[in-house]
Design a protein around this ligand. Structure first.
Ligand code: GS8
Length: 280
């Protein structure tokens, strides 16, 4: 019998577990938890994860939460059927895997998560991103990535010249981060960029990210399109129309989308000379 992952394929922490299961070639079922209905705070889910969060994980009688602990468990359980993600046969290598897993959770995640949250989640819910918070964390993430650039000039992957759970654990937030306007932090660091290209092109990773579409965050592009129309316009429009249709019943947020949509429409359709001249 396969194991069960409670959560959403689009949630970052759930994706950490799913990508590990995919790497190990394990059979599993995802049991969706309905955040909108508050299912994660209901007694049935609190029994699986007392913090009322996703993911939770079930393997027979064993119930786990905390995505990184679950991922380690999965790597151990299926170690004969997938890559050696923990290197437990070698004391030094396994220590390096532990070290870079700690770096991911203690240095990388605290910097990248608020950027993703502010740039993508908040605008999607109709809120306004806190630019100061974004700037502070972009600076913080830049410093972390400088350490990564240096590390990756000496080894192919973070823990050594072998792919490990430490690399894989970076997947979920980095995937979403690449849809923010700050993806250039990776472009400007060639080794970090190559490392991400390598990681994100793994078949297991591709399969995981296929269920994490970034198009649902379209609304965050509205304001940039208004002020600086560029090559991504067509794409933004397309996603905006999809969102508009999808969100049609969501009153206030939907009204804001429509307003921005028509503002964009006017900006792009009306010749710029006319806009400069004004209506009269
Ligand atoms: C964090 C879980 C978490 O924040 C882990 O599993 O790694 N350290 C934990 N889960 C989020 C979704 S992340 O995509 C969550 O469930 N948030 C809802 C809430 O906190 O109420």
């Amino acid at each position: 019998m396969g194991v069960k992952v409670y959560g959403s394929t689009m949630s970052t922490c759930t994706a950490r577990v799913i990508s590990t299961l995919e790497e190990m070639g394990a059979e599993y079922d995802v049991v969706p938890i309905d955040f909108a209905a508050g299912e994660h705070k209901q007694p049935a889910h609190l029994a699986r994860n007392p913090f009322g969060q996703v993911p939770a994980f079930e393997d027979g009688d064993l119930m786990l939460f905390e995505s990184r602990a679950i991922a380690r468990y999965v790597a151990r359980k299926y170690k004969s059927s997938g890559p050696d993600l923990l290197r437990e046969g070698n004391l030094g290598e396994s220590a390096m895997v532990d070290l870079w897993l700690e770096v991911e959770s203690q240095q990388y995640n605290p910097a990248i998560a608020p950027i993703v949250y502010q740039c993508l989640m908040i605008p999607m819910r109709g809120g306004v991103a806190d630019q100061k918070l974004i700037d502070a964390n972009v600076e913080k993430l830049g410093k972390v990535l400088d350490v990564y650039e240096d590390r990756l000039s000496r080894t192919k992957y973070l823990a050594g010249d072998f792919f490990s759970l430490a690399d894989l654990s970076h997947l979920p937030y980095t995937h979403y981060f690449m849809a923010t306007p700050y993806a250039s932090l990776f472009e400007s660091r060639p080794r970090v960029k190559a490392w991400w290209e390598d990681l994100s092109s793994r078949p297991a990773v591709r399969k995981t990210t296929a269920a994490m579409p970034t198009s649902r965050f379209c609304s965050c592009f509205s304001v940039p399109v208004l002020v600086s129309p560029g090559s991504i316009e067509g794409l933004c429009w397309f996603f905006q129309i999809i969102c508009w249709i999808y969100e049609i019943n969501r009153s206030f947020l939907n009204a804001a989308f429509k307003l921005l949509f028509f503002a964009n429409l006017i900006y792009v359709c009306v010749p710029s000379e006319m806009l400069k001249q004004g209506p009269c």
